[in-house]
Design a protein around this ligand. Structure first.
Ligand code: SF4
Length: 485
């Protein structure tokens, strides 16, 4: 991550009449300065600033990537906006479900109609969906108005790609199948001034049978701890108090570093950084969650009292088919160890209902785990057949109606358990980080507890970004109404 002032002083040293450097990130700084020239020229021609809008589909990793795209766009001279009427629209796509792909195709038609009215409009597509060759082929064939396509491995080269887009009339396509390098020190535009995600690793080695991520995001690569810690220090100096360490499987952080380091060790070091008051992380694979991590969480004053631990299914047989590499009993034993060490922890999970071959008995097993693990919340998904994954080729796909019936059963238990669980905080005093003015009632603000539960309470905009003490007065299931103390 690099700040605006440092970048400006780097720009003064860059000679655009010389060839671009071959090393990174210097090469991207050169192209960033060049793209600024292109943007300024076009803005002068039009007599107004050029606007850009990033639209994010999918997970927290994509949200963080979009902040990087936004940082680059801003330094390239674009004014950021939330409107897709912008001169440059970037869709950062997700491909976890086929339905996500369909949404992107649907919205592209709408962008095309806007482009017809604004011939200066440019459209870029990036993210996981672009790592699939069949998708890129379809866009080339049927969506010829798209200007730029790039994948997850070369997001760091966005400045260079912006320049190529300005220099070419034809669609620019640059999708790499692998990238070992992790390029540091590019600009980032954060959505919230007081909290930030930080990528600690990229890719996944697990190959859960329903998941496309290892195919589109590649194998696990960890960032060096000194780079991560320096980014956290920098964020803290910039006013960030809450950080979220991000990776598809944070519990296997550091295994592939030259000097291996565990995720728990990284957390312990992050905790030493002054100014950071809260640390979160996501996502944890149960099979890799170590006793060391539980100890570090237990002893920490900064690591939030929340753990997201995807279960997916409570049936050992289905877990085996999913290639999750733990059993129902091992998962429950892990939950017991966590609760013994940290009794007030909030546990949340992900569940998939309707996986190929799942029977009513398997669904009962899942319900049994929900009740015994006492989740504070669960993101429950209907299984979606993802082309390109082993599960999509399984013969025993479940009819939609049957899967929906099981889904409704599971959801009802999730809601009932969550309400009972969350009720344990009623009447307590808790600290909340105020994130925003409440969308429905401007006399209220919305804060997040360490346990990742939201609380709405009377307050004014000056509280946004502050950690305040709140009394939790009304339980509404997944959130509280409270009052500031
Ligand atoms: S752990 Fe499994 S579900 Fe998560 S990203 Fe990796 S393959 Fe996908």
């Amino acid at each position: 991550m690099i700040d605006h002032t440092t970048l400006q002083s780097i720009f003064t040293e860059i000679d655009l009449s010389a060839a671009p450097p071959q090393t990174e990130p210097e090469r991207q700084y050169w192209f960033l300065k060049k793209s600024r020239e292109y943007v300024t020229e076009e803005a002068n021609r039009l007599g107004r600033p050029l606007t850009a809008c990033t639209v994010t589909f999918g997970c927290q990793m994509n949200s963080r990537d979009s902040e990087k795209l936004a940082g680059i766009l801003q330094e390239a001279g674009y004014t950021l906006t939330q409107s897709e009427e912008a001169d440059f629209v970037i869709y950062n796509t997700c491909t976890v479900r086929d339905s996500a792909n369909q949404r992107v195709y649907g919205r592209l038609g709408f962008l095309n109609s806007m482009k017809k009215k604004n011939p200066h409009k440019r459209i870029a597509l990036c993210g996981c969906m672009m790592q699939e060759p069949s998708v890129v082929e379809k866009i080339k064939q049927s969506y010829g108005f798209v200007d730029l396509i790039f994948g997850t491995h070369n997001l760091f080269a966005f400045p260079e790609l912006i320049c190529r887009m300005f220099e070419n009339r034809r669609m620019v396509i640059e999708v790499r199948t692998a990238e070992e390098r992790i390029v540091e020190d590019l600009p980032v535009e954060r959505k919230y001034p007081f909290k930030s995600g930080i990528n600690i690793m990229f890719g996944c080695n697990n190959f859960c049978s329903y998941c496309i991520v290892p195919y589109v995001r590649g194998r696990e690569r960890s960032r060096k701890p000194q780079e991560i810690l320096s980014e956290i220090r920098h964020l803290s100096q910039d006013g960030v108090t809450e950080i979220m360490l991000l990776g598809q499987n944070v519990n296997s952080y550091g295994k592939n570093l030259d000097e291996p380091m565990s995720f728990a060790q990284l957390l312990s070091q992050a905790e030493q950084i002054p100014g950071i008051e809260r640390i979160r992380f996501m996502t944890s694979h149960p099979k890799d969650l170590s006793p060391e991590l539980i100890r570090v969480m237990r002893d920490s004053a900064k690591i939030c009292r929340h753990l997201h631990l995807p279960l997916q299914s409570g049936s050992t047989r289905i877990l085996r088919e999913m290639n999750r590499r733990y059993t129902k009993e091992e998962y429950l034993a892990l939950v017991d160890r966590i609760r013994d060490a940290i009794p007030d922890i909030s546990l949340t999970t992900d569940l998939i209902v309707g996986f190929p071959g799942e029977t009513a008995q398997d669904v009962e097993e899942t319900i049994d785990v929900i009740r015994r693990a006492k989740f504070d919340n669960a993101f429950t998904f209907l299984y979606s057949r993802r082309t390109g994954t082993p599960a999509a080729a399984m013969e025993n796909q479940i009819p939609k109606q049957e899967a929906q019936k099981h889904f409704d059963l599971v959801l009802a238990v999730v809601q009932e358990t969550a309400k009972t669980q969350v009720a344990r905080f009623l009447g307590q005093r808790q600290k909340a980080l105020v994130e925003e003015v409440n969308g429905q009632n401007p006399a209220f603000v919305t804060g997040r507890l360490s346990h990742n539960i939201m609380v709405h309470f009377p307050g004014d905009p000056s509280l946004v970004g502050r950690i305040v003490e709140v009394k939790l007065t009304e339980n509404h299931g997944f959130y509280f109404i409270g009052e500031k103390i």
